[in-house]
Design a protein around this ligand. Structure first.
Ligand code: AHR
Length: 500
């Protein structure tokens, strides 16, 4: 059995976890909206046409904030088409996903749905085919109290009170050649700055996220951020990062090391933010909104075969296996280890489209990746402790040196709970992990949750929705102030300790 040591000190902190770290994303794409969260004809629909079964699972996940309406979709989005009487709303061609958008669910319905889900809205403006004026009008519609053209239009549509949306994205993936209205760094930086200024004049209480790179491997990565932040430093609050991974070569050891790349990506973006801050003699930090992250590759081939111009077809419907859940757990650990700078995270996406929740006509179920996301959202609140991990490493084909153990410890002083999240990536051997807990002498183990399976490719399906699920059967004990935990090979572990 391999051995690892985890070292913490309760005064040695990374930073507080922003609740928005466990956000998610709903795009008008595939069956995320239609059939996912909205399906008036379904027996599961409530009085608004929202699927109750989906809502229950979203509430279980405790999702703090949800990005909307895209994604690539937002770069062609005409928000006016998505509001007002449904029978008057036009269908539109969506050139991001080559489908027809029927506009029977729009931003007001999304705001209502988020209230029911207990989440905030994170709204994106279209900086692909549109610009300053439409962003201003949309913000006026959403956040202005009344007595003006667009705020009164909102009232006319039945929404007397403003939606008061606080977090706004200035476009989506503007560095990507696939994006409608794709721009150079200079073009986008100017537009983001000017749009952001106008938006903050209208509502100074909002926070703005500018588009960083669509992936660590983008050819413009680095120079894009430097140009952007140089121009927008005074206007924006966050720079976005997007990152998806896949196991296309079926090399599980390499795939499970993908968060080494994420870790480096985050560190590089932080370095660029701080370089510009230093150069400008600035006072504020630009922080990170990792507003798209996940595993995404299972559905790629099927999507290539899809016929164009359908209405909410099955698109990006990745069926996640057990190893995907392990990587999602490791990515969450990486995000937590950077909690001082990664303030917003959006698991992309939430329902049906590369999602933890799937629906069909017979109900909704949890994919494998649901669980690590759930555990972090519930128990990963408080302050991240600087977690030193001493463990053997391996060399991953693409990602180089990778620790066999990913681990982070979160201290919740308010609830007097300490939570250890860990992934043992060793495909063969179990691991004995020790941790000196003498600073938390009154704390006892409440539970040791484990997700483990011999079959990395096992999946949850409509027919067998509980094939992969967590158990509370981990072996760990505290003796003389030292925690000793057995972490099975290929496992996700959550050890919860508390005073009560
Ligand atoms: O989440 C799916 C897509 O991935 C989003 O629309 C886009 O922003 C990214 O490329």
């Amino acid at each position: 059995m391999k051995k690892a040591q985890v070292i913490i000190d309760k005064e040695y902190l990374v930073g507080d976890v922003d609740k928005r770290l466990y956000g998610s994303f709903i795009e008008h794409l595939g069956r995320a909206v239609y059939e996912g969260i909205y399906q008036p004809e379904s027996p599961f629909a409530d009085e608004n046409g929202f699927r109750k079964d989906t809502l229950e699972l979203v509430k279980e996940l405790n999702v703090p904030i949800i990005r909307y309406p895209g994604g690539n979709f937002v770069s062609g989005f005409c928000w006016e088409d998505s509001v007002g009487p449904k029978e008057k709303r036009p269908a539109r061609v969506d050139l991001a996903w080559h489908v027809i958008e029927i506009n029977q669910f729009g931003l007001n319905e999304f705001s209502d749905w988020c209230k029911k889900a207990g989440s905030q809205v994170m709204m994106a403006v279209n900086l692909g085919t549109r610009g300053v004026e439409d962003a201003r009008n949309l913000l006026e519609y959403c956040n202005f109290k009344g007595g003006t053209k667009y705020s009164d239009l909102r009232k006319e549509h039945g929404y007397e009170e403003p939606h008061n949306i606080k977090t706004w994205c200035l476009g989506n993936e503007m560095d990507g050649p696939w994006q409608m209205g794709h721009k150079t760094a200079e073009e986008y930086a100017r537009l983001a700055h000017e749009t952001g200024r106008v938006m903050k004049w209208l509502d100074p209480s909002i926070e703005l996220v500018a588009c960083g790179s669509s992936a660590s491997g983008m050819p413009t990565f680095g120079s894009w951020e430097a140009t952007l932040i140089d121009e927008c430093y005074d206007t924006i609050d966050y720079v976005s990062m997007h990152q998806y991974y896949g196991n296309r070569d079926n090399d599980s050891a390499n795939f499970l090391a993908s968060n080494v790349d994420l870790d480096q990506f985050i560190s590089n973006v932080v370095a660029i933010c701080d370089y510009v801050k230093g150069k400008k003699h600035g006072k504020k930090n630009i922080n990170i909104s990792l507003d798209e992250w996940n595993v995404w590759y299972h559905s790629n081939e099927a999507d290539e075969q899809l016929e164009k111009w359908g209405e909410h077809p099955h698109q990006l419907e990745d069926v996640y296996n057990f190893e995907d859940a392990l990587l999602v757990g490791s990515m969450l650990i990486t995000m937590l280890r950077h909690a001082d700078r990664v303030k917003i995270g959006c698991l992309a996406q939430l329902v049906n489209v590369i999602a933890p929740i799937m629906t069909s006509d017979t109900g909704a179920w949890r994919q494998t990746i649901f669980y690590p996301y759930l555990h972090c959202s519930l128990y990963g609140q408080g302050t991240v402790l600087n977690t030193i991990v001493k463990c053997p490493i391996y060399v991953a084909k693409q990602h180089g040196d990778a620790p066999f153990l990913d681990c982070v410890v979160v201290n919740n002083e308010e609830s007097e709970e300490l939570t250890i999240f860990a992934v043992n990536k060793d495909l063969e051997e179990d691991m004995e992990v020790t941790l000196d807990l003498r600073q938390f002498s009154q704390y006892k183990i409440k539970e040791h949750i484990v997700m483990h399976d011999h079959d990395l490719k096992a999946v949850n399906t409509e027919e067998n929705p509980n094939r992969i699920k967590p158990e509370r059967n981990g072996k760990s004990e505290v003796s003389d102030g030292i925690l000793t935990a057995e972490m099975k090979s290929k496992s996700w572990n959550v050890i919860r300790l508390g005073r009560n």
